[in-house]
Write a protein that binds this ligand. Structure first.
Ligand code: ATP
Ligand code: MG
Length: 568
């Protein structure tokens, strides 16, 4: 027995079970595990890709193996360097490191061409003159076997010459293709002589004008995997029917350690769209402000929204790896960010919809500094001094002139505690000429200061507040889901279903401590949710995004499910 460094891993999903079986059978030299993440650089990555990244790089880490980042740039018509850069950034942000340099399928074009020539020599590929429509027609369908192309039995020498001429640019787009010679009667349509190469007189963002023939995904992918000596080529379920072709393509490959393809289910999340094509439409039709709009399910949008990589990775871990397509509730993702920020985000008081209050019995011109813990659940985070004076703001919604039943906050003649400060009573409601409430005149109880002996006095409501003269104006962007939670197909174009109220902007005020923190800092705004300072912030203008509210709907959902189970 040879010593191997591949660790024994208790499998936590079917892919790991497969890998463990390969290790038990010594399929790969030294039981190496080598995976790859193969994005097409034709858009920004979304949450589904995050799942694929966590899975592929996670396997690399778990088995002390390697993971490549490879751009599947075989379609020159849709690709762009902008996407390449954003994808690299996203993978790094998630905390993963690829093995060696970034790779590009286009770097292998010469080897792919050579291999295609080899297949022609072996009688396994031929040049076809049928048009795209004819090829489709000849292919047949589930009920009809395909028809062989009249060009299928061209002599090898002729195929070699024509393929070379294709490469030399002697033919127009679509005039000829290279096809695999497999089986036109196969019950698997993918195996009915699939196209391996097509002519495209389009420059490529990396290879320029060098090539005018480009390999198809089904050929380029297994060959790229084989060149990189990938062991486990993990992809999504729609490629299951392509697996026989993946294996067929590699039958003549010289290296006996072929990669093997393993499929898992795509991730879908309620309220989130995971189709690059649709996401591009949202950007192009200005439904959102860009690929990184905080409402977008792109990794860059999720990042700008304020999510942490830890929360996203935790989410991907919790949902596991499925063999059947699944729809995950968005509230699980929200649960993960709350879990992550709970004990690490400073908690500040911010009033989103300010209503001025004046404490008529508090000395004019006096200010005091109240010590308040930065995070009650994380004593290590220390305290800060929060200014308090005669004039303050509270949340408009914390006052009702005619309180309804079970409203325990401020109302005329009623008392409420200002969080970490004093108990106040509303004495008078001040309105403007339109009858709108513009101010409350209140009294405070000097013996009720939080932490002092008198503070034992209990009142039912506790509200947050911000001192008026030191208050920092903040633009607070509150987001709602862009698409419905229960998104059934009703025939409408999906863009029409976009929620027009998915962004609400509030002119809020925050306590001055917020100025101590840089862009990107995440906070809990007491009673309002988790927020992050947005990069739109300037010296004069602070902008925050609400990442998520405080209410845990995931836990509620789980309880509900438990109940339903018990009832059964
Ligand atoms: P789209 O069809 O929306 O353009 P794609 O799947 O073609 O997306 P690629 O860039 O080819 O995008 O994907 C890179 C990798 O990410 C592939 O291995 C793909 O299977 C995987 N992936 C894409 N979407 C999801 C998803 N929703 N869940 C899990 N993995 C995904
Ligand atoms: Mg794809």
């Amino acid at each position: 027995m040879t010593e191997t460094k591949t660790p024994e891993v208790a499998s936590s999903n079917f892919i790991e079970t497969e890998i463990n079986a390969d290790i038990a059978k010594n399929v790969y030299t030294d039981n190496r595990v080598h995976t790859r993440f193969p994005p097409e650089p034709n858009g920004y990555l979304h949450i589904g890709h995050a799942k694929s990244i966590c899975l592929n790089f996670g396997l690399g880490e778990k088995y002390q193996g390697k993971t490549n980042l490879r751009f599947d740039d075989t379609n020159p018509t849709k690709e762009d360097v902008e996407y390449v850069e954003s994808i690299e950034e996203d993978v790094h942000w998630l905390g993963f490191h690829w093995d060696g340099e970034v790779r590009f399928a286009s770097d292998y074009f010469p080897q792919m061409y050579e291999y295609a020539v080899q297949l022609i020599r072996e009688g396994k590929a031929y040049v076809d003159d049928l048009s795209g429509d004819e090829i489709r027609e000849y292919r047949g369908d589930f009920n009809t076997p395909g028809k062989e192309s009249p060009y299928r039995n061209r002599p090898i020498e002729e195929n070699l010459r024509l393929f070379e001429e294709m490469k030399e640019g002697r033919y127009a787009d679509g005039e000829k293709v290279l096809r695999a010679k497999i089986d036109m009667a196969s019950p698997n349509l993918v195996m009915r002589d699939p196209v391996l190469y097509r002519i495209l007189h389009v420059p490529h963002h990396r290879t320029g004008d060098t090539w005018c023939i480009y390999p198809m995904y089904d050929f380029a992918h297994p060959v790229s995997d084989a060149i990189e000596r990938i062991t486990h080529s993990v992809c999504t379920l729609e490629f299951e029917a392509h697996r026989p072709l993946y294996n067929w393509v590699l039958e003549s490959w010289s290296d006996p350690e072929h990669p093997r393809q393993i499929e898992f289910a795509r991730l879908n999340v309620t309220t989130m769209i995971t189709s690059k094509r649709k996401l591009r439409r949202l950007v192009e039709e200005h439904i959102v402000s860009g690929w990184d709009d905080p409402r977008m399910p792109t990794i860059s949008g999720i990042r700008r929204r304020g999510y942490t990589p830890e929360a996203l990775r935790d989410f991907c871990d919790r949902i596991g790896v499925a063999k059947n397509d699944s729809l995950v509730d968005i509230s699980l993702l929200e649960f993960c960010i709350r879990e992550d920020l709970k004990n690490k985000a400073p908690r500040l008081m911010t009033v989103l919809d300010p209503l001025k209050i004046t404490l008529v019995n508090y000395p004019e011109g006096q200010t005091e500094e109240l010590p308040i813990a930065n995070n009650q659940d994380a004593p290590d985070m220390g305290e800060r001094m929060v200014p308090f004076s005669r004039e303050l703001y509270i949340e408009r919604a914390d006052f009702m002139e005619e309180p309804v039943k079970k409203f325990f906050r401020l109302a005329p003649g009623r008392e409420v505690r200002l969080r970490n400060a004093y108990i106040i009573r509303c004495e008078e409601v001040v309105k403007d000429e339109n009858g709108e409430i513009i101010e409350l005149k209140c009294t405070y109880d000097p013996d009720s200061k939080s932490g002092s002996p008198g503070s034992n006095r209990k009142v039912k409501g506790v509200v947050h507040w911000v001192e008026r003269h030191t208050a920092v104006p903040v633009e607070a962007r509150l987001y709602d889901y862009l698409f419905p939670e229960d998104d059934t197909d009703d025939g409408r174009d999906f863009v029409e279903k976009a929620n027009p109220d998915s962004l609400v902007v509030k002119q809020a005020v925050a306590e001055p401590a917020i100025l101590d923190y840089p862009v990107g800092t995440r906070f809990q705004f007491i009673r309002q949710g988790y927020f992050v300072i947005d990069p739109d912030t300037t010296e004069e203008h602070l902008v925050v995004n609400r990442i998520v509210g405080l209410r845990d709907t995931w836990a509620k959902l789980q309880k509900q499910k438990e109940k339903e189970k018990q009832a059964k």
